[in-house]
Design a protein around this ligand. Structure first.
Ligand code: HEC
Length: 169
């Protein structure tokens, strides 16, 4: 039995020698700059938030210029996802999202939908501030930065139930 296994290993080894790089002729090794551009995760506790800060007022301007056409002037009308208000089961930032830091992470990585990654960090702090204010979560004079944003407590924070089952190996 052991001999058969060994033979198989040798046979497979002969049939499939280590693949030389570029064997399939597709893809390319990402540059450090390409990796840095997407290595931007922000954790729930704010780890990974960049420097910079902004206000609700600035956010109103950025939102009007960059977001309102798709999400409505008040963040309610659409045509795309509603961002403001709503009661469960209508899921919005205010009614559903457990962490304020996710607003920063999500908007920076995905929005505007047709130009993701185009906003400065200041602009992302600004729209995050405006969205949190519109959802009655922070006051109109709040300043959002890497210290204040993680301290914002979201209304639905404690409505999530952890799954106690162990991970399936
Ligand atoms: C061209 C249209 C368009 C523009 C402009 C746009 N969005 Fe969006 N947005 C979308 C679409 C479409 C989705 C749904 C994406 C999905 O489900 O994968 C979305 C989803 C979102 C969500 C998630 C909503 C949720 O609760 O799941 C947020 C937050 C958001 N957008 C914020 C913004 C902000 C802030 C801006 C401006 C900086 C912006 N969007 C600009 C089209 C747009």
């Amino acid at each position: 039995m052991g001999g058969v296994g060994l033979c198989l290993v040798i046979a497979v080894g002969l049939a499939y020698p280590a693949a030389p790089q570029g064997l399939l002729g597709i893809g390319s090794r990402p540059t450090d700059a390409e990796i840095a551009a997407i290595d931007i995760s922000v954790a729930p506790d704010g780890e990974g938030l960049p420097p910079g800060s902004s206000t609700v007022d600035d956010g109103a301007r950025v939102y009007g210029e960059q977001c309102g056409d798709c999400h409505g002037a008040e963040g309610v009308e659409g045509p795309y996802d509603r961002l403001v208000g709503g009661q469960k089961p209508t899921k919005t930032i205010g009614s559903y999202w457990p962490y304020a830091t996710t607003v920063f992470d999500y908007v920076r990585r995905t929005m505007p939908f047709d130009a993701p990654g185009s906003l400065s960090n200041e602009d992302v702090y600004a729209v995050a501030a405006w969205l949190l204010w519109k959802n009655n979560i922070i006051p109109a004079d709040a300043v959002m930065d890497r210290t204040t944003l993680p301290k914002v407590t979201m209304p639905n924070r404690n409505a999530f139930i952890g799954d106690p089952r162990p991970d399936v190996p």
